[in-house]
Design a binder for this molecule. Sequence first.
Ligand SMILES: Cc1cc2nc3c(=O)[nH]c(=O)nc-3n(C[C@H](O)[C@H](O)[C@H](O)COP(=O)(O)OP(=O)(O)OC[C@H]3O[C@@H](n4cnc5c(N)ncnc54)[C@H](O)[C@@H]3O)c2cc1C
Length: 355
Amino acid sequence: MKQIVVVGAGYAGISFLHTVLPHIPEDVQITVLDRLPCHTIKPEYYALASGSLNERKVKAPFPVHERVTYIQDEIQELRIFNHEVVCANQTVKFDQLIFALGCVDNHFNVPWADEYTESIQTFGKAMKTRQKIDALHEEGHVVIIGGGLSGVEFASDLREQHPKLQITMLERSGQVLPTLPERVRNYVRQYLDDHHVDVMTDISVVMIDDKQVYYGTERKALPYDVCVWTAGIMPHPLSNSLLAYSNADRMNRVTVKENYELPYYHNIFVIGDCAASEFAPSAQLAHIQGLQLGEYFLTRWYETEYKPAPIKLKGVLGYLGKKTGFGLVNDNVLLGKVPNVIKSGVLWMHKHHMG
Ligand SMILES: Cc1cc2nc3c(=O)[nH]c(=O)nc-3n(C[C@H](O)[C@H](O)[C@H](O)COP(=O)(O)OP(=O)(O)OC[C@H]3O[C@@H](n4cnc5c(N)ncnc54)[C@H](O)[C@@H]3O)c2cc1C
């Protein structure tokens, strides 16, 4: 039996699995390792943290297949020479490894950011953030560091859930959502202003302790009750060991060949937020990479030609609370109810197709 081990059953891993599932040959066994017992919809983690979504809503069951085994465990190390994945409770051998562990927060070496800020980057951390917010008095102060997509979605949803909370967003550049067109940025900024989210731009955070965020060259102090970091991501640290057989792109993602294999080591494949790409990491990109890798495996098993289509992404969609939103789809700006409805539809389809 050939052992394929998939580490990470998020957007990329589950998309690979769905692509190969109906066609797994008799001599292939697939083992999927994840710390969670199900697939989760990561783009909705902000709503777990704000309290607007029940945790059941972000979970989708793993697909069942006689030659697929799921192991719930914490992955701790890759032993590449030994072809082993070391987990907290067991070691799993592989013939082929698919690395899809996603990303973690990047604190950019800001002292104690790791210790004192909350996160919406994993299911467990988003739930912990929610507990901290639920424990606040109703006029407590939540500071959100980072005015990108997840920071904006979190701030607006938090406002809907907790009308009296004081919410401050700190953004390093001159505007929220710096990578989106001006019309979108202005619309979102107006929404945040109207909903009393205090947005501070051109703010460079230099240190965080247990009570205050310090910013700027003068180290001004901003007191907080809960501080949530949404300011940056980096590839999962376990991907660093793969860089010995590859190169890093400017985001430290692992460069791969057209078939997602490491350039200098056979039978290890990287997809999702850890894989280098001309595009920024996203669920959409991870899904396509998982699909293409699945197609590659099918061509190997059934001796056909692998011809991946060039990747085209549709754009970005964001929520502003439960009724409105923003987006840039095929270069068209969308504002108001429509992007909110489209995004809900996309996430609903993903959840029900992947479950
Ligand atoms: C709040 C938020 C909002 C977002 N909104 C959008 C959006 O609107 N559109 C969009 O395209 N993208 C969005 N993203 C980004 C998107 O979710 C990711 O790009 C996508 O999930 C990456 O897929 P992946 O398979 O690489 O990683 P993931 O989907 O994160 O999957 C990684 C898997 O690995 C598992 N794992 C990680 N470490 C370990 C370990 N040590 N042991 C065991 N298991 C482990 C995790 O449990 C997880 O199942 C958002 C992200 C966040 C946090």
